[in-house]
Ligand binder design. Structure first.
Ligand code: NHF
Length: 503
């Protein structure tokens, strides 16, 4: 066949696709978290923001999540849409799907109430004790089966199903290989990995929790001798995305034993950098801030720094370095003690402010550090959304010594509020922060996590703080960088259009 004939066939396929492509199409998001309903991390922020931006571009996104017994859910007016049940091993699980009006969040939110599974005060762990529930396999599978059971009855099916992280990772497999859901087989699925460190793997002896499936496709569930929901989704979803391009590349080299899989599936995989919700994170209108941005950035920063340090012993004129986040190994929280004490002992004039919870050893260490250096260090061992906004507004620098950072949103919040990020050059941090090279940049980067290297960078940071011209130049470039979803939402639209073409 001549080249021109091949081209003609492609053009005809494209025209046929364009004619059939609906103006607007329905996308279902499945997630364990969604801001502001239930949040433990960045997953919630993404799932609570991206649908609004996609809706502006012509998609119709509805989010499905479990109904937790948490405060946010109590005073909302949900409308019951469906009641159903399924057999989970020897357990008969009943559930109810409820819908919240679009006006409330900017997209339809469906919550699935599964008594005995999600009527608890916390997403993965009890909010008051911090103790993990321990039955996440049963809970995750119940949520996914309830969702599929529900939409299996719907007259108007979604055009695309987009599942997020391992909690929802079995959905593409069940759609493809469970005869019960054969009606859903042709619906394209997209899987986004927000954090690959959690895969939700469990032993084969619990396969009875799944609905009947085609036995010859059992291999799609397996990775390293276990049922692995994250790996199953990478295999079965039509497209796989990660939350930054660099993280996608890193997974091919280092992904806790899944390297081979990410390399094999690379043709259908793409990294798309997250954005931030610039309506929630707007220093001009942020309702958490007592002093909002009204023109002059210097007074915005100074007034917020005063508010932030009002009840502490820290010197307002010293550069203030903050850390906000989970005290976890992957976030490098265990490095903070040595880094801060090293900087203090090395004569770095910075002060330090920490907000977060997590590893009990890290919590105790950081409390102790604040007691030891009350004029230099303040630590808030808690989760506090308002305080986090105040820190982004009032701090001078935000440190992120992450070992792994799929995207990271804190550096983007910091930049938007005029706080200079100091980050490890990996994952989304690599893709979103431009290292200051003496003339231009939006932050400072650690090339690695060597303590000497990091201390050197903190030293550079305090020199920059005292060089007012350089400091304000970085602050202004950081604030000018557009990290909103307007940049990335279009890339998700392309992904949806690609899978719809395949469909
Ligand atoms: O930004 C949302 C977030 C990421 O790096 C973050 C992470 C969890 O670790 O995509 O998910």
């Amino acid at each position: 066949m001549y080249i021109s004939e091949v081209r003609l066939i492609y053009v005809l396929i494209e025209i046929n696709y364009l004619i059939r492509m609906p103006e607007s199409f329905k996308v279902h998001y499945l997630s364990a978290e969604c801001y502001p309903a239930a949040k433990t991390g960045g997953l919630a922020d993404v799932v609570g923001a991206l649908p609004k931006y996609l809706n502006k571009l012509g998609a119709e996104v509805a989010v499905f999540m479990p109904k937790y017994h948490m405060r946010w859910f109590f005073d909302k007016n949900f409308v019951v849409e469906f009641q159903g049940a399924f057999q989970l091993g020897s357990e008969y699980v009943q559930f109810q799907v409820e819908r919240l009006d679009k006006e409330e969040l900017g997209f339809y939110l469906y919550v699935i109430d599964i008594p005995g599974k999600f009527d608890r005060n916390g997403v993965y762990a009890d909010s008051s004790t911090g103790i993990f529930f321990g039955d996440e396999i049963e809970r995750n599978i119940s949520f996914q089966r309830a969702y599929l059971t529900f939409i299996n009855t719907w007259s108007e099916l979604p055009a695309v199903i987009h599942n997020h992280d391992h909690h929802t990772g079995l959905v593409p497999f069940m759609m493809k290989f469970c005869p019960q859901f054969a009606r859903l087989k042709a619906i394209p699925s997209v899987f986004t990995i927000h954090n690959q460190a959690y895969q939700g793997a469990f032993e084969w002896d619990r396969k009875y929790l799944l609905p009947g499936y085609d036995i010859w496709n059992e291999g799609s569930l397996d990775w390293a001798g276990k049922i692995n929901p994250l790996a199953a989704s990478v295999k079965c979803a039509w497209k796989v995305t990660t939350v930054s391009p660099s993280y996608m590349e890193e997974l091919k080299r280092n992904s806790f034993g899944l390297e081979w899989l990410f390399n094999t599936e690379s043709a259908k995989s793409i990294g798309i950098l997250n954005g931030i919700d610039d309506e929630v994170w707007d220093p001009k209108t942020d309702s958490y801030l007592d002093f909002k941005l009204e023109g002059d950035v210097a007074s915005f920063k100074m007034e917020n720094k005063k508010i932030l340090l009002k009840n502490s012993k820290l010197d307002i004129n010293a550069p203030l370095l903050a850390f906000i986040g989970r005290f976890a190994m992957e976030k490098g929280a265990d490095l903070l003690y040595g880094l801060i004490e090293g900087a203090i002992k090395g004569g770095n004039p910075m002060n330090y402010l920490i907000l977060g919870t997590g590893d009990k050893g890290v919590e105790a260490g950081l409390k102790q550090l604040a007691d030891k250096y009350p004029n230099k260090v303040t630590s808030f061992i808690t989760y506090n959304e308002k305080l986090s906004h105040e820190i982004y507004a009032g701090a001078d620098f935000l440190v992120m010594p992450s070992r792994v950072e799929p995207c990271g949103l804190n550096q983007m919040y910091a930049m938007r509020y005029g706080t200079i990020p100091i980050v490890h050059n990996i994952g989304g941090l690599k893709d979103s922060v431009k290292d200051y090279d003496g003339t231009d940049g939006t932050g400072i980067k650690f090339p690695n996590l060597d303590m000497g290297v990091m201390l050197g960078k903190l030293w550079e940071a305090q020199l920059i703080y005292h060089d007012k011209e350089a400091f304000w130049k970085i602050v202004k470039s950081a604030m000018a960088q557009d990290n909103s979803w307007n940049n990335s939402a279009g890339k998700y639209m392309e992904v949806y259009k690609d899978v719809l073409k395949l469909a």
